[in-house]
Design a protein around this ligand. Structure first.
Ligand SMILES: Nc1ncnc2c1ncn2[C@@H]1O[C@H](COP(=O)(O)OP(=O)(O)O)[C@@H](O)[C@H]1O
Ligand SMILES: [Mg+2]
Length: 174
């Protein structure tokens, strides 16, 4: 189920540097929203606030009708692709994608099919046995997208998810 997101007067600061200034923003269920802005304007910070990797100095973050401001990231039902992919280097592609499913306690018998499904969506099914270091940047990025999709999250956050892909792959992935 898609969930809406609401920023309710959210301010985020790193030390003395306030990056988000009382941000009000609503994303409706099923809506796809893109944040555009120059480098350093706070796009990643806004996503981190939704995912729970930074805590607002003030304001609230809601997912659906739930106030998640004080919830840890793993309890927010979110899939996130971070800018630097953050694949686990010691895990094969298939285990990177399975990671969230195991954490969610998805039935063991169901995991291989879910992994394959997610890898097929990003055109990476034939790379399941590789390690991240054996992949190009664009391939790693597609594994990160597959990993986020595999858990079928209610909210999917993508931080410049197509940056390492060429024009043709980009339109396919969209
Ligand atoms: N962990 C951090 N500690 C201190 N400052 C940070 C940190 N992360 C980001 N910043 C600063 O916050 C501002 C916004 O960064 P960011 O949200 O990454 O912008 P964007 O994603 O739009 O490029 C920048 O000035 C950046 O230098
Ligand atoms: Mg960023």
């Amino acid at each position: 189920m898609a969930s809406g997101i609401r920023f309710d007067k959210v301010s985020v600061a790193y030390g003395a540097n306030t990056v988000l200034h009382s941000l009000d923003l609503t994303v409706e269920p099923g809506e796809v929203m893109a944040l555009l802005g120059p480098s350093g304007s706070g796009k990643t910070t806004a996503l981190r606030a939704v995912a729970g990797f930074v805590r607002p100095a003030s304001g609230r973050v809601l997912i659906g009708d739930r106030d998640v401001t004080d919830l840890p990231p793993h309890r927010r039902g979110i899939g996130m692709v971070v800018q630097q992919y953050a694949l686990f280097p010691h895990l094969r592609v298939e285990d990177n994608v399975a990671f969230g499913l195991r954490a969610q306690k998805v039935a063991k018998a169901e995991i291989p099919a879910r992994v394959t499904e997610a890898l097929e969506m990003t055109g990476m099914a034939s790379y399941a046995k590789r390690y991240p270091r054996e992949l190009s940047g664009g391939q790693q990025q597609r594994v990160a997208i597959a990993r986020a999709l595999a858990i079928r999250p209610g909210v999917l956050l993508l931080d410049e998810p197509l940056s390492a892909l060429d024009a043709q792959l980009r339109s396919g992935m969209l």
